[in-house]
Design a protein around this ligand. Structure first.
Ligand code: PLP
Length: 438
């Protein structure tokens, strides 16, 4: 029987995985979650140490996509999406870094975006109309989505980004592709981009003409693949530990950490999660016992985590069925200052010769705080969410370390930028969608 997906607000009808993926947000404004967290086939967890990353991805995804894809289709989908792997790096003693930035745009968002793009291409195949995917982005999401969906038949992507507010590298990764990827350079800030996208989704006339969909981080099809790399750690650890791993997850919207909770509930033993944030600390405060109180975001060196009201918090509450005490036992949280972020980057270079991006540094700092209360016996794994080169503008002046740009990135910087200026507001935007312009 195919797995059903329900809204966390519980006021929408149950839907299939693909329906949940195409809708993005449920009609009642809630987020889609499976009616139960399905376990992989018998024997999977025992066989784990011998499995490749794509085998793990296949086995975990299989029950989620029952009735949607055949075994052969799913095999092709995971092999196509994941032509790169995570890398587990041993820092020292029980400390590890799980590098998730070896995909095409050098950030962990490649895992979610590529898997979702592959599934969208299956759906687009079965539809008559072209699917228009709208994404407002402040950087990493846009580049991962653009690369994931590049040349996917039946899909057109429209990325809206604030002019002058994304890094050069991020901009070039989004805007030089062309084909089915249209990038719109918006006069304004990220919120203006998001407002245009929201208005398009709620414009009945536009929706009657064009098929609109979203690829933002609340999409269930981006969430599921973020559970695949947690078990991969078990497949790669060479020495045994007395107890299961602790994961420190540098977090903003908490999609990555929610992926870990899913892996845990699908059967992977995990000792604890560390919610590592920058000064945007609503979750660490909640975990310490305070009331949940979203706040406007503040700007930090780990800007992909500058989130004041994490969108996946609702999913986390849903997974714990409102039992805050159980949640606070499973998940501990620490908020890192800007100064501590830079100190961590410097001391990692000095003591271990390891260069971390500011997001990863926040995670490693959180891991160090945690270890003061729970000293040993387990592997302590910090997720590395981006390649440091993506943030060299931030790292170089603070650390004095020169970060060479890998050759495959240099290539992007000399290509032709193809974005369209968007300063005519919603009229111009909806006209563009209607006209089917490339
Ligand atoms: C998006 C992002 C994060 C935050 O991930 P969430 O799933 O939103 O918590 C952390 N680091 C980097 C580099 C990112 O791009």
């Amino acid at each position: 029987m195919a797995l059903k997906f329900l809204s966390t607000s519980a006021r929408s009808a149950p839907v299939s995985f693909f329906e949940a993926m195409i809708q993005g947000l449920a009609p009642d404004g809630g987020l889609y979650m499976p009616s139960k967290i399905p376990a992989p086939a018998k024997g999977f967890w025992e066989a784990l140490p011998k499995l490749s990353f794509t085998e793990i991805a296949y086995n975990l995804a299989r029950p989620w996509l029952s009735g949607e894809l055949s075994d052969a289709q799913l095999t092709l989908a995971v092999e196509d999406a994941f032509h790169f792997e995570p890398e587990l790096v041993h820092l020292h003693s029980n400390q590890f870094v799980l590098e998730l930035f070896h995909g095409p745009t050098l950030a962990f968002k490649d895992f979610g975006a590529r898997f979702m793009a592959r599934l969208f291409s299956e759906v687009a195949d079965r539809k008559e109309k072209t699917v228009h995917i709208l994404v407002a982005t402040s950087g990493d999401t846009g580049s991962a989505v653009a690369h994931g969906f590049y040349k996917v038949p039946g899909v057109k992507v429209f990325l809206l980004y604030p002019k002058g507010k994304v890094s050069k590298l991020q901009e070039m990764q989004m805007t030089t592709l062309g084909e089915n990827i249209t990038t719109l350079e918006v006069e304004g800030v990220f919120d203006d981009c998001q407002a245009l996208v929201k208005r398009a989704f709620t414009d009945p006339e536009l929706n009657s003409i064009v098929e609109l969909s979203s690829a933002n981080s609340i999409n269930i099809a981006r969430l599921l693949p973020q559970s695949f790399y947690y078990p991969f750690v078990i497949a790669r650890l060479s020495e045994p530990f007395q107890t299961p791993p602790v994961f420190s997850v540098p977090s903003g919207n908490f999609g990555n950490l929610t992926g870990g909770l899913l892996a845990n509930m699908m059967g992977m033993p995990i000792r604890r999660f560390i919610a590592s944030t920058n000064r945007n600390d609503v979750i660490p405060r909640f975990l310490r016992g305070e009331k949940y109180s979203p706040a406007p975001s503040v700007q930090t060196p780990s800007n992909a985590m500058d989130v004041g009201n994490p969108s996946n918090f609702e999913r986390i509450l849903h997974l714990f069925e409102g039992d805050n005490e159980k949640l606070r036992e499973r998940m501990w949280g620490y908020a890192c200052s800007d100064q501590e972020t830079f100190n961590t980057i410097r001391s990692l270079i000095q003591n271990h010769g390891y260069l971390a991006c500011p997001h990863t540094a926040v995670g490693l700092w959180g891991a160090a705080q945690y270890q003061k209360s729970d000293p040993s016996g387990y592997p302590l794994v910090t997720l590395a969410t981006a390649h440091p080169v993506k943030f060299r503008d931030v790292i170089e002046p603070e650390t004095g370390v020169k970060i060479p740009v890998p050759e495959r990135l240099e290539r992007w910087l000399v290509k032709e930028k193809k974005s369209l200026p968007l300063n005519g507001g919603y009229e111009q935007f909806s006209e563009l969608l209607r006209s089917g312009l490339e």
